[in-house]
Design a protein around this ligand. Sequence first.
Ligand code: ATP
Ligand code: MG
Length: 562
Amino acid sequence: MRQSNFFAPTLREVPADADTKSQQLLLRAGYIRQNAAGIYSYLPLGLKVLKNIENIVRDEMDKAGAVELLMPALAPAELWMESERWFSYGPELMRMKDRHNRDFALGATHEEVVTDLIRNEINTYKKLPLTVYQIQNKFRDEKRPRFGLLRGREFLMKDAYSFHSNKESLDDVYNKMFTAYSNVFTRLGLNFRAVIADSGAMGGKDTHEFMVLSEIGEDTIAYSDTSSYAANIEMAPCLNNYEKSIDEILTLEEVETIDKRSIEDVASYLGLETVKCFKSMLFKVDEKFVLVLARGDHEVNDIKLKNLYSASNVELATEEDAKRLLGANFGSLGPINIDTNKIDIVADNAVAAIVNACCGANKNDYHYTNVNINRDYKPTIVADIRFIKEGDASPDGQGIVKFAKGIEVGHIFKLGTRYSEYMKANFLDENGKQQPMIMGCYGIGVSRLISAIAETCNDEKGLVWPNAVAPFDVHVVVVNPKDQDQKELGEKIYENLMSKKCKVLLDDRNERPGVKFADADLIGIPVRVTIGKKSAENIVEFKQRTSDEVIEITVEELYNKI
Ligand code: ATP
Ligand code: MG
């Protein structure tokens, strides 16, 4: 490609609204342009990177035995109603009407469409298992589209779906996908971890997320400092290994705590440790009110709460609810004298282990001390309901938990029969009996990967693409195209390298050398070949983007090297 008629508009200034390094660089180097919040055009350079990533993903999917197809982005609402996600997916699902006033959804994901497709074509165990995939734009009206391609409203995803007649077959394909995903992210040169995840709105059980470790990641990973254990903190279980103290059980006391609302204030006022205090929070779990008790130094994990109740929605109750139902403001809530026919009490395992605890008295400005489980309050459920913390024992029993930030680039789920049951995707088994198909689904954020790679592969001068995804292999920069020797040598090298299947960008523009070198660094092609004053002697400069070293070599040496 000749840069003189290419379209790669570079910017000297850092765009004001670019909030991450990757977004700044992708905009400045002319890879992408924003059309609206979370909606982008891929300029020629960006499209090449996107295609390279796509092809690596495609290659690994094919090797794993998945077959490519392409489904429509636009799906009739009826399918989403059959799965009931039309009602549960919320405002992220982009909905629209056609000219006949019929409802449609722009695909946020394709479980419904693919299940419909397969149920109409496959009805016997003899044709299972089957894994299909597509690489296609997805639409999600994200609440906070940001970080460029990391969280878009229209983005490119690889989504695969597998159909099985038995669980063993699903396990087998799940493991193959796990390997394929690991291969993809390794080939992309990413520092990633496969972490145990929450299955959220998808409604599955076994699931892993693939996370690229990065400071700008929106997810927090809890990992063991000694084993390979890693889990999303949304999900990481806390070991129930709390020691119950052997203190003598004391008499319950009500104490005045005027204007002491936070755990810290109450604890220091009463001369107690925060680990002796309950954090009592009133939640609304679907239609039920639940008072959740966590230890003063712990945080309630609403996802664990949601899973505990198999609920579809969990939110904090309002302070008005608290006053009406418990008789006090947020700072003075507690589990004593609650009508558990009306309100459930869920105590975290750590809370159940506290002897002589302190909690709110459901009366403003009062607390109880020497509170003891079963004598003073009876939880409806005792469970693991808190977020794991750094320094906790690792859930696998090996080592201590540490935290890292991660960007989710892939996600694999065992869906089970969630969709096949709702949508009646059945097959006849060996005994001629109707069974719902068992399913898995597997996603990779193809466009998100551009940003994830750019975020880690850069320096102060610009992007530094790994060979596997770089838009070109070699950037040939002709310092002065008006010089006949330079111009001719540039053309010759360009033609020769291309005949060897090398992807070359030839900078034949009439620009100042400083501009050309700055652009080359910004664009970040792995190898730069500079054609300058010594072209009459057949000598050029060779430089790798990852190093500052410039070496002079003959054109023949260059061909051998590349
Ligand atoms: P997130 O938690 O980041 O919103 P998700 O759990 O909603 O992701 P999935 O539904 O599992 O994502 O989608 C599969 C993959 O698609 C994700 O692993 C991610 O890489 C990518 N992805 C999801 N949402 C977006 C988005 N808004 N923009 C770009 N890529 C996305
Ligand atoms: Mg999401």
